[in-house]
Structures are given as C-alpha cells and as structure tokens.
Design a protein around this ligand. Sequence first.
Ligand SMILES: Nc1nc2c(c(=O)[nH]1)N[C@H]1C(S)=C(S)[C@@H](COP(=O)(O)OP(=O)(O)OC[C@H]3O[C@@H](n4cnc5c(=O)[nH]c(N)nc54)[C@H](O)[C@@H]3O)O[C@H]1N2
Ligand SMILES: Nc1nc2c(c(=O)[nH]1)N[C@H]1C(S)=C(S)[C@@H](COP(=O)(O)OP(=O)(O)OC[C@H]3O[C@@H](n4cnc5c(=O)[nH]c(N)nc54)[C@H](O)[C@@H]3O)O[C@H]1N2
Ligand code: SF4
Ligand SMILES: [Mo]
Length: 690
Amino acid sequence: MERRGKEWFRLINNVDTICPFCGVGCRVTLRVSNGRVAGVYPGEGGAGEGKLCIKGWSAHEFIHHPVRLAYPMMREDRSQEFRRVSWDEALDRVAETLKDAIAKGGTDSVNFLGSAKCTNEDNYALQKFARAAVGTPHIDHCARLCHASTIAGLSEAFGSGAMTNSIEELEDADVVLVVGSNTTEQHPLIARRILRCVREKGGTLIVADPRRVDLAEFAHLHLSNRPGSDVALINGLLNVIIEQNLTDEGFIENHTDGFGEVRKLVEACPPERVEEITGVRAGDIVKAAQLFGRAGRATIVYAMGITQHAAGTDMVLALANLAMATGNVGKRSSGVNPLRGQNNVQGACDVGTLPAVYPGYRPVDDDTVRGFFEKAWDVPELPGKAGITLCEMMDAALSGQTGWMYIMGENPALSDPDSQHVRAALEKVDFLVVQDIFPTETTAFAHVILPGVSFAEKDGTFTSTERRVQRIRRAIEPVGEARSEWRIFGELAERMGYNGMRWGSSDEVFGEIARVTPIYGGISYERLDGEGIQWPCPEETHPGTPILHEGGFSRGRGRFVPTPYNPPPEIPDDEYPMLLTTGRMLFQFHTGTMTRRSPTLSGIANEAYVEINPEDADNLGIKNDQIIRVISRRGEICAKARATKNILRGVIFIPFHFAEAAANMLTLRVLDPKSKIPELKVCAVRVEAV
Ligand SMILES: Nc1nc2c(c(=O)[nH]1)N[C@H]1C(S)=C(S)[C@@H](COP(=O)(O)OP(=O)(O)OC[C@H]3O[C@@H](n4cnc5c(=O)[nH]c(N)nc54)[C@H](O)[C@@H]3O)O[C@H]1N2
Ligand SMILES: Nc1nc2c(c(=O)[nH]1)N[C@H]1C(S)=C(S)[C@@H](COP(=O)(O)OP(=O)(O)OC[C@H]3O[C@@H](n4cnc5c(=O)[nH]c(N)nc54)[C@H](O)[C@@H]3O)O[C@H]1N2
Ligand code: SF4
Ligand SMILES: [Mo]
C-alpha cells in the first residue's frame, strides 16, 4: 500500500486527554494509529498519579464499536423504522417541530437535558440555546439524580456546593470518614489516596455503609447503618462530640451562625436512641465520635449513599454541621468532600446546565444576573423563573404539559427511577430528539437521533470532582458523520433565528464561558496546558483554589441547619419485607452503553445480580447463583442471587447497569423537597425463588 507523507505522520500519534468515565479525572494518553485509537495509557501525574483503573485502561474499546451512531436518523412517528437522513434534513426537522411546539404550548412545553459525559463547551452551548435561542428555563441533567442534594445543602451551609478540598490532601488527614461511598470501585484513584493515608501515613479510617465494601476491610471502624438512617447517625456523632466537649468553640464562634439550634436538636439524639434507628451499636457511635472529634484534621468523603435520598439535602447538611462543629472546614486535609460521579458532572453544573442557575451558579430569578446575561447573549428577554427538574420533566411529559424534549448524552429510560413511568413519559411526548454516541433504551423512543462525537473526537474541557478544569483533546476524526455537540446547537440556533452562537472553535466557546462565569474568569486553553486549574479562578494571574473557604466561608459565615431525622418514604412492611438499595460495580458504568461494549470489561462482569445476606437467602430457600425474582410496588425483575455476608440482613443490593434486569423497574419516584433528587437508595421489595 502506498503511504503518503501526511498519512505516515498519522500512523502513530500520542494524544493527551482525560478519562471519559468517572469524576476523578485521570489523565490518559490515547495511542492513535491509522486514524483509530488503538490503546490507552496513563498520562503522567494528575489526580491519578500516572495510574488508571481498569475502566481507564479500557477507554479505547468502545470508540470504534460497530454500532456507534454514525449519521442522523429520523422517522415521522414511532410506528416507523428510522431512516438515514442528511444533517440539514434532521436539523430542519428539529427546528420546525420546536417552533411548532412553542406555537402550540409556549416555551414551557419544551424541555432540555444536558450531559455530564459531554464537555463544558457542549453543555454551555445547550443551555445557551435553550435559554437564549428558545427562551425556556427547563434545562437539567443527571446531576439531579446524583449530587443535587449536595449543591442544595453545601450552598446553604457554606455558600458553594462543591468538594471543599483536593484529592491529594486526603492522604494527610488524621481521620477520614467515608459515608455512602464505595470508593475503591467507584472512584478507584481516590481510594488509593485514602488507603495510603491509612496504610502508610498512620491515618484512621471510619466507613459508614450498609455493605461491607472493600474500604471497610481497612477501616478502624465500620458502621453498617441501615440505608436511609444517616441523618440519625450523624446527629448521634454530634451528640457525643458536644457531650464530650470535642467541639471547636473558637471556629463556631468566629465563623458560623446557628449552632445553638443544632445543639438543641442533637441533645435529643443520644447514642442509645440512634442505635435503635440505625442498627449501629451505641459503643461504636461513641468511638467514631471520639476519633473524629479528637482529630486535628478530619475529612469527610461521601457519595450516593448520602445524596440519593428523599432526605438527601438534610443528610448533606448534617455532614456540614459535623465538619463545622469540629472546625474542619477551610484547612488542609479536612472539609466536606462530595465525590462527583461523571467525568464532567462538576463542569456541566458549573456552566449552568441546571434549571435554577445561570453559568457560575447565579440565580435565574435575580434581575441583575438576568440583565447581565441578556446583555452578554444579546437577547431582549431571558426567562426569569427557575425551570423544572429532571424527574419533574417526566411527570410534565406524562401529563401532556411537555410536548417536545431534547436529550443530549443521557439514558433516562434506564437511569431514572421507576422505569415504567419514565418510558410512558418518553412515549407520550409529541417529539423527542436524542443526541448520543450509541443507540440506547432512550433512542428507542426518539423521532430524531443525532450522532454526537465521543471524547476521543472532540476538543474541550472536563471539570473533575476537585473542581479542576482540564483539557480534553481530539485524537481522531469523528466516526462517520458525527458532529461535535456545540456545533450542532450553533446550527440549530441559526435555524431558530438567533445568531449569537457562531463560534469557530471550542476555544472560542471556552473564551465566552470564561467571560460570563466568574469562577472560570481567569481560565483559558493556554493556561490549561499543564496541570489544569481548580476554580474559583477569577483572574488571569490567579493560580486557582485547591481549598475552599480558607479564612472564611464563600457565603460569609457558615450556617448550621438543624436536621431532624425522618424515615425514608417507603420502608419494608409485611407485603414487601426487604429493603432494596441500588448502586454500581467497578467494571460497569451506569447504563452500560460504553462499558458493555468493551470486551475487557464485559468479559469480567456483564450480568445483573442481587446481593443478599446468606441468612435471608436461607430463610427464603434461595441458593447462591439461583435466579430470583425481586418485586416492588412499581415492577419486577429477575436476576441471580449473590449470597454475601457483606450486606446487612433485611437489605438487598442491585447494580443498575443491566437493562435486562433493570433496578429502576423497582425504584421509587419520591423526591427530596429541597433538591428534587429521587430516593434511589431505599425502597421496599419482596424476594422470591423462581
Ligand atoms: N465503576 C463505576 N464507577 C463509577 C460509576 C459507575 O457507574 N461505575 N458512576 C459514577 C457516578 S456518576 C457516581 S455518582 C459515583 C457513585 O459512587 P458511589 O456513591 O460510591 O456508588 P454507589 O454504588 O451508588 O453507592 C455507594 C455506596 O452507598 C451505600 N449505601 C446505600 N445506601 C446507603 C445509605 O443509606 N447510607 C450509607 N451510608 N450508605 C449507603 C452502598 O452500599 C454503596 O456501597 O460513581 C462514579 N464512578
Ligand atoms: N437505581 C439507580 N439509578 C441511578 C443511580 C443509582 O445509584 N441507582 N445513579 C444515578 C446517577 S448518580 C447518575 S449520574 C445517573 C446517570 O444517568 P445517565 O447519565 O442517564 O447514564 P449514562 O449511562 O452515563 O448515560 C450517558 C449517555 O451519554 C452517552 N454519551 C457518552 N459520551 C457522549 C458524548 O460525548 N456525546 C453524547 N451526545 N453522548 C455521549 C452514552 O452513550 C450514554 O447513553 O444514573 C442515576 N440512576
Ligand atoms: S478512576 Fe475514574 S477517571 Fe481514573 S481511570 Fe478510573 S474511571 Fe477513569
Ligand atoms: Mo452520578
């Protein structure tokens, strides 16, 4: 075969970018050969310290999968097959139907979902399109299912809803309290720091989780509390800390308000009472409180075990109370550290893919803020009210209020609670546009499917869980006719008669983000060539901010908020006697669109299972590996039983990755009133041998 010079250059090429899976944001180098990504290697340094977990090592495997969406597809109605169409035809149709929908039902009848898998530039473009070109406030994304309660809780307590400290600091803590985070499987390169703290640097680890997760093996104390009982547990810890004078009175006095009310509340939560609610022995609660309260530097790490509850915001507020009462905010190796899940969920939130805030978390109902964006985006009027949230969009679709929906890079048919309800909602909307890189359970309901580009085919930025903005770089040409997402919104904007989105490059989009988002104000692609930059970074000379609230809280003074314990909305009873909690495993990611297409990952684990305590299994006549049926008030699924002592009696655990045994057929659609996050971690079920 003849090789011309240019192709020869392209034969092997290394491109430095960021892992597309979790929020740790490890650096990867893509090895490109003949226009294809042939392998992934760890990039030097960064959060992952030159290491990757198995998902990172396998990140090239889905990119060239034969079923990647390669061209736009369309159909008139859901009874027809999809046909391949040109980009012009598809985008014309999207714009026409959007105009019709607005003419018929107003801008309130159209909804947009952004994507924590896509770049900051992509999400900025989506929310700007929705707000400026369409005029609707109804924009949200999967952060609603994930850390909405963190944003609500930590904003109220501290003034900023992000991880207070940096990943690297974890290893120097005296005490690490890990609550509801299966860190070794879900944030492996953060777990490595915690293990180093405990095994090499003499730190103490406390784990609170109803399952004996791997990290618990290394813990000084494992508190296996009943799912949904964490507010009680944390109030109990604070009770002992106050009782034994382990509070930091100086910090409370100088930096916070409202401690008196919290003190009054937790006085009524002695360890013996907390034991009754949580199932954790009173003696262990006292021990944990003493360890935490006596530490010079205590840090809290948490994830979905805390946030995904109908009382999720209260759970987060309780943790903030604990940190403030012991003076563990605003200094190294301390703080309250929500581990953000998706590769760019932090960034998608930062750039305004949320219904109540413009880029940079500025409230949509503030006239000054709105005025600023009307000027910046050159539109006469922006929506001045908050939009509805993800789960509310599904309700609105079902009730006929929402007639037109655009979903970029999400798979709600599998990832939202109560799948039957969600699928009925997706079926009901008059027109559905889905922009993804693979066919999914959600594209099955679409009228138009648009092929986006994968992380390997685009330039842009992801913001990791430690607020670190990092560059991702295009390594290969788009697969087929796939197009970068922000360009798609630019073209749609033109069709809607709005010309404020004529960017020529992702660099230009980022420049605009920096101009309108003060926390990103001093960041530019040029400055991102090295380590990335942690926001807030307001000016070009600002080095970025590894630790938030140093010397004072973002909101001025920290706010203690009393958090009375409320039981979860659906608890086991005679008919549904077991408690179901759901989550993830190491080898699969969410709805599996990418990981189930990786031979390495699916070769290891590609099957649903139900973790059940062996005593419960015995009582129900269930053997290990036997297929069992799990039934809730919403639906039922069948999967293999996995008997393990690592789970509390009376509780079962199902990972939500597998469409053929979808955990969300069972889950509950009850929302936290403060943050609208659904209760994904507790519902009542019945289990039967099949
Ligand atoms: N391999 C892999 N990694 C991922 C993901 C993935 O899908 N696969 N997803 C990413 C995303 S978006 C996210 S948000 C993170 C999630 O990361 P995690 O939150 O760590 O993952 P989960 O499995 O949802 O839940 C964590 C733990 O909460 C416990 N738990 C359940 N209920 C309760 C409770 O009421 N209280 C307490 N204290 N604990 C409870 C569960 O037993 C489980 O061990 O992972 C990210 N990383
Ligand atoms: N029962 C239960 N349900 C849960 C959870 C739980 O713990 N239990 N956790 C919840 C949490 S924390 C989360 S974050 C959500 C996740 O919910 P989703 O975000 O809906 O799940 P994903 O499978 O990550 O979907 C991402 C989609 O983006 C596509 N994609 C990937 N890269 C790109 C790209 O560059 N461009 C475009 N256009 N598309 C792309 C993928 O193919 C995939 O279809 O699930 C939630 N659901
Ligand atoms: S820890 Fe997260 S970011 Fe790092 S390699 Fe694994 S999946 Fe990728
Ligand atoms: Mo998440």
